[in-house]
Design a protein around this ligand. Structure first.
Ligand code: 5CA
Ligand code: ZN
Length: 391
């Protein structure tokens, strides 16, 4: 269901960040570009934006990768987080105001788990701590899935529905006692490390608080991650909702499957940029897809986007365009309609095609469009072949 967001002066957005065990691929980039457009649309509408993102700097996949590479998990996390941030900078993604790790959030996480223990929503299995989903009356509302679907997804996405001793198969781990050869922190919950979902709850509550405007991520986070986060926060605060809106990007595939680190069918942002790809062309290629749809990356996509971008840039350079004001209003409407970036691009195409005579009006028209594209789409039209145009 599409509902308009209704932020106050400051829109509060939490987007689930990476687990830094490998480089940023085009699926990640698509997700973060989606929320970059959300931020730009809000700013354009006159709101301030408080943008928070986490980095899951301790979790199973990171530890598994550390074992397979024979490297310290902390070094991998630091290296891949740095690479992610430089990829995002190259793609002109406006950075989050708060960028917070799971490890540094352990004290908050521990406090929350103690509070939830007092309400009876947390129980032990051996030395691990679980959350009791049945104590959360609105459990299931975020994903709208039935329990059979939930159990299947939970098994697929890091849950342990078959573990004996749990009150309900879907109950997620909040705190894991130390496993052999794994890192652990000494806390009042024992020697161990945090579970995944509670990490994002702790970080969101510490930064933007309950009832923030939007939680985002890829579609694979709807269940269990965002469902569990909402349930944790509701049990803790006795209020609802955790996030007022959920926005999920479709899954980008390659070679017939969802692009994923575990499958290895990846196209890396850093590799494309190293090979000389114009970051603006990559933005155009990715944002040519509606954010909700699942789609597959094709090797020809970049050429098509590069060509399209060249048409737009040539139009600005021609000083012969007309109608920027109307086109811009129309593009604003497309973006306000559930982030219709392909629709906005189609308007840019027609604007770029319609030319009159090169003169001062044309120059002003191009400059106006260029400023809009820069602000709303994060795309620089004042260049040609990678060189900035000096008027
Ligand atoms: N650290 C958690 C979130 S708290 C995590 O899911 N990390 S991740 O590295 O696996 O994914 C980072 C973001 O990229 C998530 O929002 C995820 O939904 C999104 N993502 C992962 N793969 C794809 C893909 N193939 N297409 C689109 N988005 C993807
Ligand atoms: Zn998250």
């Amino acid at each position: 269901m599409v509902r308009p967001t209704t932020p106050g002066d400051t829109a509060r957005m939490y987007v689930c960040g990476i687990t830094p065990y490998d480089a940023t691929h085009l699926g990640h980039a698509f997700t973060y570009l989606t929320f970059d457009i959300v931020q730009r649309v809000w700013r354009d509408a006159g709101h301030q934006v408080h943008y928070v993102q986490n980095v899951t700097d301790i979790d199973d996949p990171l530890l598994e990768r550390a074992v397979s590479l024979g490297e310290d998990w902390r070094e991998i996390a630091l290296r891949e987080t740095e690479l992610f941030r430089s990829d995002m900078t190259a793609l002109k993604v406006i950075p989050p105001d708060d960028y917070v790790g799971a490890v540094e959030s352990i004290p908050s996480i521990v406090d929350i788990i103690h509070d939830l223990k007092r309400t009876g929503a947390v129980y032990a299995v051996d030395d691990d701590w679980y959350f009791d989903v049945q104590q959360s009356p609105r459990f299931g509302e975020i994903s709208g899935l039935d329990s059979q679907e939930m159990v299947a997804l939970s098994a697929e996405r890091g849950g342990d529905p078959d573990r004996p001793g749990k009150r309900h198969p879907l109950d997620p781990l909040m705190w894991l006692a130390q496993r052999p050869d794994e890192p652990a922190w000494d806390t009042t919950l024992g020697h161990g490390r945090p579970g995944w979902h509670i990490e994002c709850v702790a970080i969101a509550l510490d930064t933007i608080g309950m009832g923030f405007d939007l939680q985002g991520g890829g579609r694979d986070l709807i269940f269990p991650h965002h469902e569990m986060g909402a349930a944790h926060a509701a049990s803790l605060t006795r209020t609802w909702p955790f996030a007022r809106h959920y926005v999920h990007a479709g899954m980008v595939g390659y070679d017939g499957h969802k692009m994923s680190k575990s499958r290895g069918n990846l196209v890396f942002v850093s590799a494309l940029l190293r090979s000389g790809v114009d970051p603006d062309a990559l933005r155009v290629a990715l944002l040519s897809h509606r954010y909700r749809e699942d789609w597959e990356w094709m090797d020809g996509d970049l050429d098509a986007a590069t060509y399209r971008l060249a048409q737009w840039r040539e139009a600005v350079l021609s000083r012969a365009t007309t109608g920027a004001s109307a086109a811009i209003e129309h593009m604003r409407q497309r973006l306000a309609d559930d982030l219709d970036t392909p629709g906005a691009f189609a308007i840019l195409d027609s604007w770029a095609r319609a030319r009159s005579r090169a003169d001062d009006d044309g120059e002003r028209d191009g400059a106006q469009m260029s400023a809009f594209a820069n602000a709303l789409l994060g795309i620089d039209l004042d260049r040609t072949n990678g060189h900035r145009v000096v008027h």
